[in-house]
Design a protein around this ligand. Structure first.
Ligand SMILES: [Zn+2]
Length: 301
């Protein structure tokens, strides 16, 4: 671990002497999930819950290297100041209690906007199946279990519970719960938090019927739009999607849909509004790696 940090720091120092390879006028939309308090041990699906100290270190990198803008502004491709080379958007999938209670107030303190993608049926519940499953398997889902749950069971929590051994949801720590509606509303009082759909029950949209897809998206969107900060932007659960879903999603009222990976967003004419790229931020991503990513030098954990 220490050797890796030294290597990353060395790489960062070297890259500072090289050309910045980030695309001109590019925007990096960061996809976070949960945030783990500093005094809590790692639990659940480890890759999803970035530690508090590391999250703060990420924010310090962003403060130094980029301008944080809202997702709506990035998607409008509004002209930016000449001096601003890099734009970054901060998003959170799943509305984890840790992200809502810890991260959103810190971002508000810095005056930065963020977007939370909310699986609305889960609001106020104790947690998600993938954290329960990871508790049974030492902290990370195997690709076999993940494929069975996300593809064969369409990511449907009720079906997954019949197929895969899960730890008790009550055993999960508080920060892995899905936030209560009141907590989200409270966090949004600063006027900097956008709420957007993540489907209602966090299903794999590529593995369900058209009828169910419309119902999932419409219900989730209706919940978000009861608030002034609600927007018709969808993040695909599990990152699963298909280009063939575009017209269906538009008919459900969605203007843009976001993948969980894909890299930089650039103002390219052929970009589909239903396949907006993001950069997944795994919990293991060091601040040095994030800074390298902002300079266009890859961003694997
Ligand atoms: Zn999700």
């Amino acid at each position: 671990m220490i050797l890796r940090r030294v290597a990353e720091r060395t790489l960062l120092n070297v890259s500072a002497l090289l050309a910045d390879r980030a695309p001109a006028n590019g925007t990096l939309i960061l996809a976070y999930h949960g945030v783990r308090p500093a005094d809590e041990p790692e639990r659940g699906e480890r890759s999803l819950h970035v530690g508090w100290d590391r999250f703060l270190a990420h924010l310090d990198v962003l403060e130094r290297c980029a301008q944080v803008v809202s997702l709506e502004r990035a998607l409008s491709f509004a002209p930016r100041e000449q001096t601003v080379r890099k734009q970054v958007v901060i998003t959170f999938d799943d509305a984890y209690e840790g992200a809502v209670q810890l991260a959103l107030p810190e971002l508000a303190r810095r005056g930065w906007p963020s977007t939370v993608f909310v699986p609305t049926d889960f609001l106020g519940t104790r947690g998600f199946w993938w954290d329960q499953a990871a508790e049974m398997t030492g902290g990370a889902l195997s690709s076999d279990i993940r494929d069975r749950a996300v593809d064969a069971c369409a990511g449907d929590a009720l079906l997954v519970a019949k197929e895969i051994p899960l730890a008790s949801v009550e055993s999960l720590p508080w920060y892995m719960a899905c936030a209560r509606q009141e907590a989200l509303v409270e966090a949004g009082r600063c006027g900097l938090v956008t709420l957007a759909p993540h489907t209602a029950s966090h299903v794999n949209v590529a593995a369900i019927s058209e009828e169910r897809l419309l119902d999932e998206v419409r219900r989730s969107l209706a919940w978000c739009q009861q608030f002034e900060s609600g927007r018709p932007l969808l993040a695909y659960p599990y990152g699963r999607w298909s280009p063939s879903l575009a017209s269906l999603l538009q008919s459900a009222g969605i203007s843009h849909a976001l993948r969980v990976n894909g890299g930089w967003l650039t103002p390219h004419v052929s970009l589909s509004p239903m396949a907006i790229p993001r950069m997944n931020v795994p919990a293991g991503l060091s601040a040095e790696r994030l800074e390298l990513g902002l300079r266009g030098y890859g961003m694997r954990a």
